[in-house]
Structures are given as structure tokens and as C-alpha cells.
Design a protein around this ligand. Structure first.
Ligand code: AMP
Length: 209
């Protein structure tokens, strides 16, 4: 089973992908995570990618495609995978077709800009574990009460100016993929504002799992 998780930043793709990964026994491949790992390791690709990512812009298609192919070709991905945050442009979707990678279903998490801005501005990452928390009163999950504030960091691309850029980039370059996959009858539309456990159940039902 090969799935694509599509949607604006902060729509909950990653959280749901972690559950679906376990449920379906297929690998979550988040290009954002792969790029952040490359930055952490200060690889040539990471140094190049950081320049785009910090400001909320997309990393060039050829770099992301090369990184993705390295992972898809590993044995862990044999039984299938969830592409979380890939493709993000029409040329990336076309590159999948050119590489003869056949996607079974594309799950689109839709959400309003106002809710995206609200969610991303409250998002914090645990410095050591990488766990994602949300500081908003209605945010989920809340950091544990005994966690020191300095253990939580704001992702550079979750700063207000970078969020605005990411939204603009999303509408201009990624949103056209909804029509691209709709035309190919692959789309499953979900409301990203719903809680993640509800979204997971909707995916299970839709995919007959
Ligand atoms: P994410 O963790 O999915 O929100 O991705 C964080 C950032 O990584 C994005 O804002 C982009 O700069 C970069 N990125 C992740 N996936 C892609 C992709 N498929 N194409 C280009 N850039 C990407």
C-alpha cells in the first residue's frame, strides 16, 4: 500500500501518519523530517536545504526527489509507505509517475488558513525527544505540567513570518495537487480540523482496514 498525505502545514498529517504507520504496517516517510535530519548532520544537502526551509520556502524538487528515492529503495519500505509531505509540487507528482511509483490513495487534509496559523504558532518541539506539543489552550497534546519551558523549542519555520510564506507557497504550489489527484480518482478528502483519532478511523474505514 502506497499512500500520499497531502495538505497544508500543520494540518495533522504527521500525527495521523504515525498511527497509520503502526496500523497498516507501512513506513511513514516525511520529507520534512528527512530534511531536518540532513540539516542536523550538516550534510551537503542539509546545508543547502536549510537556506530554503528556515524561511518557509520549498527545497528544490530535484534535491527532495533524490533524498526520497534513497529511502523508498530500502527494504523497510517493501510492504508500502506513507509519503508525508511529498509531493508538494506538480513536478514532484510527475516525478513519481516517471519513476513508475504507483500511488494507491491520496489523503487530503483540508484546513482554513486561520486554524493553520493558530495551530502552528502554538506548536513546540521537545529539544531531546523531538516530540511535538501544542501550547494553545485547545492544543493537543499539551506538554506535561512538570516539563521545563526551556525544553520546548519553536521550529524556525513556525515563526509568524515563515508561517505566512509557507501558506503562500502551499496555496500556489501544493494545493493544485488536489485537482491533479482528483482527476486520477485517487483522492480521499478529510477535514483536518477533526481530532486525529477521528481522522485515523475515517482512513481505516475508507481503506477497508
Ligand atoms: P514539513 O515538516 O512537512 O512541514 O516540512 C518542512 C519544510 O521542509 C517545508 O517547509 C519545506 O521547506 C521542506 N520540505 C518538506 N517536504 C518537501 C517537499 N516535498 N518539497 C520541497 N520542500 C519540502
Amino acid at each position: 500500500m502506497k499512500l500520499v498525505f497531502l495538505g497544508p502545514p500543520g494540518a495533522g498529517k504527521g500525527t495521523v501518519a504515525q498511527v497509520v504507520e503502526k496500523d497498516f504496517g507501512i513506513m511513514q516517510i516525511s520529507t520534512g523530517e528527512l530534511l531536518r535530519a540532513a540539516i542536523q548532520c550538516e550534510t551537503e544537502l542539509g546545508i543547502h536545504a536549510k537556506y530554503y526551509m528556515d524561511d518557509g520556502n520549498l527545497v528544490p524538487d530535484d534535491l527532495v526527489m533524490a533524498l526520497l528515492k534513497q529511502h523508498i529503495d530500502t527494504s523497510e519500505c517493501k510492504s508500502g509507505y506513507i509519503l508525508d509531505g511529498f509531493p508538494r509540487t506538480i513536478p514532484q507528482a510527475e516525478a513519481l509517475i516517471d519513476a513508475e511509483i504507483q500511488i494507491d490513495r491520496v489523503v487530503n487534509f483540508s484546513m482554513t488558513d486561520a486554524l493553520i496559523i493558530h495551530r502552528l504558532s502554538g506548536r513546540r518541539i521537545h529539544r531531546e525527544t523531538g516530540r511535538v506539543y501544542n501550547l494553545n489552550p485547545d492544543g493537543h497534546p499539551h506538554p506535561p505540567a512538570d516539563l521545563e519551558d526551556n525544553m520546548l523549542v519553536l521550529r524556525k519555520d513556525d515563526r509568524p513570518d515563515a508561517i505566512q510564506t509557507r501558506l503562500k507557497v502551499y496555496h500556489e504550489q501544493t494545493e493544485p495537487l488536489v485537482g491533479f489527484y482528483q482527476k486520477r480518482n485517487l483522492l480521499l478528502q478529510l477535514d483536518g480540523a477533526k481530532p486525529s483519532d477521528v481522522l485515523c478511523e475515517e482512513i481505516r474505514v475508507a481503506l477497508g482496514h
